[in-house]
Design a protein around this ligand. Structure first.
Ligand code: 5GP
Length: 141
């Protein structure tokens, strides 16, 4: 179990409540996938549960199953959308584990031979992200 409490004012909770903008690419009853604003690869998106959960440590079985099913769906979609040869799936827990946003999330990063991940923390152009989101939505159809 996590020793820390869930804070409903985190940015992903605000995205879920539509109090903060996001570029949504997929959702079902339990999960949401949207573009990462500081992508480390073209097509970098995130998958989150719609219900409150800080990270892997306090996730319920149902949240884990729902998130991982969407992770698989999004991994297949980004592979197709970006003609990728692989996908990196990343997930961080608590600050010392590399977590910066404290609502459980999984990173989906399409990968290409010989192309390294970009440095973290660089904001992407919104139009570029919108175009990439369109490609992922199309691949999901
Ligand atoms: P982590 O907590 O896994 O270390 O990283 C959080 C991720 O969320 C980062 O990749 C960062 O770019 C992304 N992120 C942070 N704030 C926002 C936001 O407001 N909107 C979106 N779409 N992504 C965000």
């Amino acid at each position: 179990m996590s020793i820390y409490k869930y804070n409903p004012e985190n940015i992903f909770a605000k995205i879920l409540r539509d109090e903060a903008p996001s570029i949504r690419v997929y959702e079902d009853d339990e999960t949401l996938s949207f573009m990462d604003i500081m992508p480390r690869a073209d097509g970098h998106c995130l998958v989150i549960p719609k219900s409150p959960c800080r990270n892997l440590l306090d996730a319920s079985d149902a949240q884990l199953v729902a998130v991982m099913l969407t992770v698989r769906k999004m991994s297949r979609a980004v592979m197709k959308a970006f003609d990728a040869q692989g996908v990196t799936v990343q997930q961080f827990n608590e600050a010392v584990g590399g977590q910066e946003v404290f609502h459980f999330h999984v990173h989906i990063l399409p990968r290409h031979e010989g192309v390294a991940l970009r440095a973290p923390g660089i904001m992407a152009d919104r139009e570029v992200l919108n175009a990439q989101a369109d490609r992922i939505r199309f691949a999901l159809t």
